[in-house]
Design a protein around this ligand. Structure first.
Ligand SMILES: [Zn+2]
Length: 340
C-alpha cells in the first residue's frame, strides 16, 4: 500500500509499505478516502525543533475513510461503514478522557501526522473508540474536514467562548478553513458576523457565506472598522488564530467582559499584553487546541443537516506537497482536501 512519508524537513516521499496486520482486539482497520490539510501539517512539514518525534513519519492529521476490517470485540462497526477519525492517540482512561475532554488527555500518545504516523496512507489500524461514524449524505471529502476544521471551531465557539445567539463575533481570516467554518456556525445560531480577509475576491466569497460585514485588513485597520460597525461598543467574541499581527487589535475590538478565543499564531507566536487593559476591561482570553470526540460528532451532524465545509480544492495524494504550498501561500478560500 501507499504511504506519504516525511523523511526530512520539507521532504515528503510517497513510498510502498506493507499492509497493516489484521486489526487487534478493540481496533478497526480503516481504508483512507480523504485527508484534509491544516496548518499543523505545515508546521510538521517545515520542521519544529521542539516537537518530540522521529522521522520518517506518515503525514496527515485529519481524515475520513471507511471500515475495511473489524477487530475482535468491536461492535457498532461493519466493513464499508463511512467513518472519521480522532486525530490524536488519547489514552481513553485518564480523568480528562473519561469526562469527554479528549484534547486534555493526560497520557496522549501524540498527534497523528505530527508526533506519530498519520493518515496519509491507504490503510491503518486505530482503536475503535477513536472512530466516529459519518452520517448518511456526508461524502468522505467533507467528512475529512470534521475532526480538525469543524470540530476545532465547534469547540472554540461553543465550549470555550460560549457564543450565544444574537451576539456579535469577529472572525479573523474568514477565508481560511476554520474561518469559513466559524462564519457558518456563528450565522447558523443567529449571530452577527464580522470577518477579515486579505483581498476583495475573498470578501465577496465571505459575504456569500453569510458574513454580515467583511473587512479587507490590507486596506483598512480592522480595529477601527469594528468599532465603527459596533457603535464603539465592541464585539462579544473574537475568534483568533492569526496571532502576533492581530492579537492586540483583537483585544481592542472586544467589549467590556468580552471573550477572545485563540487556536493559532500563523503570523507569529509572541505579543506584548497590556495587563491594565486585560483586567479593567474584564476580558476572558481562552486558548483552544483540538477538540473532543463529541465535537466531531456535533460537526458531522451539522454537515448532515446541510452545513457543508467550503472546499478550496481537491488534490490527489501525489500532490500533497502542492496542497501544502497553496496553504502556505494563504491563497485559499476554504479547505484543501487530498483525495485517494
Ligand atoms: Zn486520556
Amino acid at each position: 500500500m501507499r504511504a506519504l512519508t516525511l523523511i526530512a524537513d520539507r521532504k515528503l516521499e510517497l513510498v510502498e509499505v506493507a499492509d497493516p496486520s489484521p486489526p487487534a482486539a478493540g481496533e478497526v482497520q480503516i481504508r483512507i478516502k480523504a485527508v484534509a490539510l491544516n496548518h499543523i501539517d505545515l508546521w510538521g512539514f517545515r520542521g519544529m525543533a521542539f516537537a518530540k518525534r522521529k522521522l520518517p513519519l506518515v503525514a496527515g492529521a485529519e481524515a475520513a475513510g471507511e471500515i475495511a476490517e473489524v477487530g475482535p470485540g468491536v461492535t457498532g462497526f461493519r466493513p464499508g461503514d463511512p467513518v472519521a477519525m480522532y486525530g490524536a492517540l488519547t489514552c481513553g482512561a485518564c480523568k480528562a478522557c473519561r469526562e469527554g475532554r479528549d484534547n486534555l488527555c493526560e497520557n496522549v500518545g501524540g498527534i497523528m501526522g505530527f508526533h506519530i504516523d498519520g493518515f496519509a496512507r491507504d490503510l491503518l489500524n486505530v482503536p475503535a473508540r477513536l472512530v466516529i461514524p459519518v452520517p448518511p449524505g456526508v461524502c468522505a471529502r467533507d467528512a475529512a474536514c470534521a475532526p480538525i476544521a469543524f470540530a476545532t471551531v465547534q469547540h472554540m465557539l461553543f465550549d470555550n467562548a460560549k457564543l450565544e445567539p444574537g451576539e456579535t463575533v469577529l472572525v479573523h481570516a474568514g477565508g481560511s478553513g476554520i474561518g469559513t467554518a466559524a462564519i457558518m456556525m456563528a450565522k447558523a445560531i443567529g449571530c452577527t458576523v464580522i470577518t477579515t480577509v486579505g483581498d476583495d475576491g475573498k470578501a465577496e466569497k465571505a459575504k456569500a457565506l453569510g458574513a454580515d460585514y467583511v473587512i479587507n485588513y490590507r486596506k483598512d485597520r480592522f480595529e477601527g472598522v469594528v468599532r465603527r460597525i459596533t457603535g464603539k461598543k465592541g464585539v462579544d467574541v473574537v475568534f483568533e488564530h492569526v496571532g502576533a499581527e492581530t492579537f492586540n487589535g483583537s483585544l481592542l475590538c472586544l467589549k467590556r467582559g468580552g471573550r477572545l478565543v485563540t487556536c493559532g499564531a500563523t503570523s507569529g507566536p509572541s505579543v506584548t499584553l497590556n495587563l491594565m487593559q486585560l483586567f479593567q476591561q474584564q476580558y476572558r482570553i481562552v486558548g483552544s487546541f483540538g477538540a473532543s470526540l463529541r465535537n466531531i460528532r456535533e460537526s458531522l451532524a451539522k454537515m448532515a443537516a446541510g452545513m457543508l465545509p467550503v472546499i478550496d480544492c481537491e488534490v490527489p495524494l501525489l500532490d500533497f506537497q502542492r496542497g501544502l504550498s497553496r496553504l502556505e501561500s494563504r491563497q485559499v478560500f476554504g479547505k484543501i482536501v487530498v483525495t485517494f
